[in-house]
Design a protein around this ligand. Structure first.
Ligand code: ZN
Length: 357
């Protein structure tokens, strides 16, 4: 396929896609992936809206990629035709951040994440909204089952984050209680992962327009699912759990208030994981609550490789994941896919969104 071209949905500037043909050759040391499906996440919506930091347009968005090896290349350990998940973060493994196991890498700026790398960087195909994706020599790949549709397999990405955020980072122990703020794909994934890790109680909160997601959360085993606009979360937790949760994970979409809610609701000595960005908006709060309650706060970015390994296994054994990808669009309707993921096409039965090829 060297010398051929890929159709790519180029995001020329915020909210402006242009279908572009990009040559697939020109870089010898990596490989190429034929994209099968790409999930659309909240951070893709921020890139599309122009609200994400460190983004240089034009670029090909999409970092939740599932596809098949098309050109193996020297760095790719799997033969042509193998279906793989590509970890979004490309890490050199040698810089001080990579050695400390952080998500960001100093050797690639402004971003080291697929879907956020400018298309000016050769070979230009760094996002999942294109027929082919360049597999950087440092890309991390995970083989994944052929037994599920490609759009379902995209849910490995949120699932991996769910495991990293609700199990690994808070060092969750069996029997502990976890409250998840936000019932989007990553919130639902946190619920699945925490339950699978033996959490004794898992609650989840959302807004009035999240009714269908909260219903799905109940079917996935949530002990409590609360619409915060109509219910009193603290009172409902007190009724249901009888104490404050050990861990609170903030995976809300663009809601600065959620930080206060997390600090308020967690137990003294508990852990708070902040995994949602607030669009650079300032928060005004009294830090004494952190001191007085002796809390541990942890910022979370992306999923670990351990999270990906757990999630690829979970995909093979958990048929409930079929219900988590509710909307699919073809590549030519990428703009509608972004609108759907942003909730602009309505939130009824909206779980998560994928573009399929
Ligand atoms: Zn690095």
């Amino acid at each position: 396929m060297q010398g051929t071209t890929a159709r790519a949905m180029m995001l020329v500037e915020p909210r402006h896609f242009s279908m572009t043909k990009v040559p697939t050759g020109g870089v010898d040391d990596g490989g190429w992936l034929a994209v099968e499906a790409t999930g659309i996440s909240g951070s893709d919506v921020q890139v599309w809206k122009g609200e994400a930091r460190d983004i240089v347009y034009p670029l090909v968005p999409g970092h939740e990629v599932v596809g098949r090896i098309a050109i193996q290349g020297p760095s790719v350990p799997y033969p042509v035709g193998t279906r793989v998940i590509v970890e979004p973060r490309i890490r050199c493994g040698a810089c001080h951040r990579c050695r400390q196991n952080l998500a960001t890498c100093v050797s690639r700026r402004p971003s080291n994440s697929y879907g956020m790398i400018p298309s000016i960087e050769p070979p230009g195909l760094w996002g999942g909204l294109a027929e082919y994706l360049y597999l950087d020599p440092n890309a991390n790949l995970h083989p994944v089952t052929d037994d599920v549709p490609a759009e379902v397999a995209t849910f490995v990405h949120p699932l991996a984050s769910g495991h990293t955020w609700s199990v690994e980072l808070p060092a969750l122990k069996a029997g502990e209680s976890v409250l998840i703020l936000g019932p989007g794909p990553r919130g639902l994934a946190c619920l699945i992962a925490a339950k699978a890790a033996g959490a004794g109680w898992v609650g989840i909160t959302g807004l009035a327009h999240d009714a269908d997601r909260l219903d799905l959360a109940r079917r996935l085993g949530a002990d409590l699912a609360v619409d915060m606009q109509h219910g009193d979360v603290a009172a409902e937790i007190a009724d249901d759990l009888g104490r404050r949760p050990d861990v609170v994970v903030d995976v809300t979409s663009d809601d600065p208030e959620a930080v206060f809610t997390a600090l308020d609701l967690v137990r003294s000595g508990g852990r708070v994981i902040l995994a949602s960005r607030k669009g650079n908006r300032a928060l005004h709060f009294l830090s004494d609550v952190i001191v007085a309650k002796q809390l541990t706060l942890r910022g979370a970015m992306g999923a670990s490789s351990i999270g990906y390994q757990w999630a690829t296994n979970q995909l093979e054994t958990d048929p409930r994941i079929d219900d988590l990808v509710s909307h699919q669009f073809p590549l030519t309707e990428s703009a509608r896919a972004l609108q759907a993921a942003a909730g602009l096409l309505g939130r009824e039965e909206l779980m998560s969104v994928a573009v399929t090829f």
